[in-house]
Design a protein around this ligand. Structure first.
Ligand code: FAD
Length: 498
């Protein structure tokens, strides 16, 4: 009998391991791993999304004749036990580009399977290439995978119903707010269909403002992260829709490009897993010698910085589990530059808030926005300019920072500049009802720029930047970008961002 180990591929549609394994009797297994859920980048909202998705997957498998088995514990020991008790002859799964914890667990399993002489067949579901040294031909390999035939799964034969274990309450610190997206393939398909049929119309113009992005973006990210949607099917459906009617060609092409970025960024973590913990460009190891200031970190993640637009973004994220790209980039850059904090602890805090946490995209983007890749143009966002550009009337701020609801659009972006009588008339003095700004946004940006410049002058970063570029840089044409201050001036940065 073949064992199919479901990990972050919780669907039956276009599932190569399941399709191949089901040539014979098959035992479909998911293991809930309590230790994983104690890692600093995991959270209850992600776990809830998982439980929704498992329930949906269980329905899909039962309809095909072989129910899902769910076990709780250490995946390596459980699979080892099933090999002995169920006569498992081979293990099938998708390759996973996860965090350091899942990487170590997979290596441990590979050791056990080797010892037992049981083959482990792993298949690609994303454009990530294992063991890749250079990005030559990477884009064409991505296209080839997307164009390859899908893997439909028919009726299944197997041992029948098995355990459906549920863990006792896991000691996770957060709770799941009601507005967080629901998991499962059906929900993922609805999100994609809704985007292609209706919501994507304004995609390219509406994606940057948090007022419109929640509706205008596809919202498929958590479904790609847990594999409730197949990336290949998504690309196929997108291109088929465009071929039938290209009225929204700009929206479709823009999404197509981003689905490519999905794998482009994941490839970086796959190729260099240490980037979860340390700067991709080793020359930036000493950029922030001091540890994270816990008070600053907490004010930042809780939306208590006293920068109204930033706080609105963070509070909205806490309530919904999602944030658009521009705002993710802005809050990370503010942490790295204006607040001059290391990125590692902030990366964990944000990951926990994201229902769509995808380590490969997350750490690559965090480093890019924090200026530690050495090959990307550094972007310092001015939080006040972003506020005026993306939320000119202060509508988003009033929704998420009710303490400022009484401020009009003249003062709401920088309430600390309002005269005392206006502050009183608008709901109360700053510092009493709402925090004073954590830093002066203009001055702190200037200081950060000076510190970056001094660091770049004091260190020879060019050789390592060449290495990073050679390993991770895309060989595709670079999109035009606006520079603020390049980390490594002479480098030809070829990478994607916004
Ligand atoms: C600091 C930071 C951290 C991020 N962390 C994550 C994360 O943990 N998980 C995650 O899925 N995305 C992450 N992103 C990328 C991006 O913000 C989200 O993919 C996007 O906001 C998800 O919403 P959507 O599905 O509606 O996106 P859409 O705009 O509709 O895009 C569709 C899909 O394309 C991919 N995509 C879009 N933008 C990017 C991008 N810039 N880089 C890579 N892939 C992209 C995603 O798979 C996304 O679901 C991060 C970005 C930043 C700046």
């Amino acid at each position: 009998m073949n064992l199919v180990w479901f990990k972050r591929d919780l669907r039956c549609d276009d599932h190569e391991p399941l399709a191949r394994a089901s040539q014979g009797p098959v035992l479909p297994l998911y293991v809930i791993e309590p230790e994983y859920w104690l890692q600093p980048d995991t959270s209850q909202r992600q776990y809830r999304f998982l439980l929704d998705s498992l329930s949906d997957l269980a329905g899909q498998l039962a309809a095909r004749g072989q129910p899902l088995w769910v076990r709780v514990g250490d995946a390596v020991s459980i699979i080892d036990e099933l090999i002995r008790t169920q006569g498992i002859e081979a293990v099938y799964s998708h390759e996973e580009t996860g965090n350091g914890w899942t990487f170590a667990r997979d290596r441990a399993l590979a050791g056990v399977l080797r010892q037992r002489g049981v083959p482990w067949h792993e298949y690609r579901q994303h454009g990530v290439v294992r063991g890749l040294r250079q990005r030559i031909n990477w884009a064409s390999q991505w296209e080839a995978l997307m164009a390859a035939p899908h893997w439909p799964v028919g009726d299944l034969r197997g041992p029948g119903a098995g355990p459906l274990e549920m863990p006792p309450d896991l000691p996770m610190s957060d709770t799941t707010p009601s507005r967080v997206q629901r998991g499962g393939s059906a929900a993922g398909q609805r999100a994609l269909d809704g985007f292609l049929a209706e919501r994507g119309r304004e995609y390219t113009t509406a994606m940057s403002s948090p007022l419109s992005a929640g509706r205008a973006c596809s919202r498929i990210s958590p479904h790609l992260a847990l594999g409730t949607l197949s990336l290949r099917r998504t690309v196929y459906q997108l291109r088929r829709t465009e071929a039938a009617d290209n009225t929204w060609a700009r929206s479709y092409r823009s999404l197509d490009k981003r689905l490519h970025w999905h794998c482009h960024f994941m490839q970086k973590l796959e190729s260099e897993p240490r980037m979860e913990y340390e700067p991709l460009h080793r020359g930036f190891m000493d950029l922030k010698p001091d540890p994270t200031d816990p008070v600053v970190l907490q004010r930042w993640i809780d939306g208590e910085t006293g920068w109204p637009f930033v706080d609105a973004c963070m509070r909205s994220l806490a309530a919904t589990g999602w944030m658009n790209f521009r705002m993710r980039a802005m809050v990370v850059a503010l942490n790295a530059y204006h607040l001059w904090q290391p990125w590692q602890a902030a990366a964990h805090k944000l990951a926990q808030r994201f229902v769509d946490y995808e380590p490969g995209i997350h750490y690559s983007q965090i480093q890019m926005q924090s200026g530690t890749t050495g090959i990307n143009v550094n972007r310092m966002y001015n939080p006040i300019k972003q506020s005026r550009d993306q939320d000119p009337e202060g509508e988003f701020i009033r929704r998420w920072v009710p303490e400022l609801a009484g401020y009009n659009s003249t003062w709401i972006h920088e309430p600390w500049k309002a005269p005392a009588n206006i502050q009183r008339a608008s709901g109360g003095r700053l510092g009493e009802v709402y925090p004073e700004p954590i830093a002066d946004p203009v001055q702190s940006a200037r200081q950060a720029r000076d510190k970056m410049r001094a660091y770049l002058h004091a260190h020879d970063l060019a050789q390592e930047a060449q290495r990073v570029l050679a390993t991770h840089g895309s060989k595709m044409k670079q999109p035009r970008r606006r520079a603020v201050s390049p980390a490594v001036a002479p480098q030809q940065a070829m990478d994607f961002g916004d």
